[in-house]
Design a binder for this molecule. Sequence first.
Ligand code: LMR
Length: 395
Amino acid sequence: IFGAIAMAPRDPILGITEAFNADTNPGKINLGVGVYYDDNGKVPLLDCVRRAESVLMEQPAPRTYLPIEGLGAYYKAVQELVFGADSPVIQEKRAITVQALGGTGALKIGADFLKRFAPGSDVYISDPSWENHRALFESAGFTVNNYTYYDPATHGVDFDGMLAALRAMPEGAIVVLHACCHNPTGADLTADQWGQVIDAVQEGGLIPFLDMAYQGFGSGILEDGAVVRRFVEAGGPLLVSNSFSKSFSLYGERVGALSVVASSSEEAARLLSQLKRIVRTNYSNPPTHGGKVVATVLSTPELRQLWEDELAGMRVRIKQMREELVRKLAEKAPGKDFAFVRQQVGMFSYSGLTKEQVGQLRDESIYAVDTGRICVAALNSKNIDRVVDAIAKVL
Ligand code: LMR
């Protein structure tokens, strides 16, 4: 029965990590996956996480099942982070939050939920978008279309094109928007442009689904989350997926959340009951450890401050690497202008390298995504010269 099953293609991002892991060159560099490494090339164990784990270890608890929607303390902490502690949707009990297996898990719960209750809608993702968005929504049964987003000529957003695409979407369409630190381009909307997007979403009766996997990596926790609060103020349905993989460096714990805003507390209760069904029939209930760590950090003022400081440290180091990359490329590849890398935000740079050039980098054991996306957060003071030399060579 399995004899005719074809080989699936490698995942465009995690498949690169597989190839990287198989590479025996000790000087190999992985600029593919969106993971933050410190200046020694190590994935950090944040101090706030280590200290929260010590607190948890001091009161060892049995590992019983969590509620289907997750840990109560996590639910509260995530809502306050995503919507703001004084948000009316929290006070009015109009927001519901489900602990999820990372940002991807949150997107999938949301996708399954929407397929059940808005089965006739199509999904629209930015062109380009995170490599997994299309596959994820298609696997939930949706037709997935692109909306205009990136302009390679300016390395910025083709905003007129985006607005026109939003205005042309049919009522009820599901539009996936990157709340901050657009993946893969690093090109974000301005505050004014967000206002126009929110108006277009409202006027068109679209269903906004905000993907917020990089909160804190752009300008700051509050600043990066501002768009969520603006959507809430505008009213209407809203889905938000968020992830603590990057901001807490908790990749392997798979800790994220899906939040949905309803029009009343009574409606919210109904939505939560349906989301619980989706979770129950997929993986029953979420794991405990990551959720407990995040909830402990977010609800302990001292650890919360430490987290904010550590996150700011990651953000600043990425910005320094952008500066260094631009400066060194200007020296090694004169005539090629990489100044745009400075304007990009978040972990990634859509470098403009072609698939062929990415292939040539791979021959030197430097791994990037075929689209030319590189993870700036994987650069450090020891590997940047090798990367710059290799890029200059393939240019
Ligand atoms: C990325 O875009 O590299 C990250 O979000 C990791 C992933 O799951 O693809």
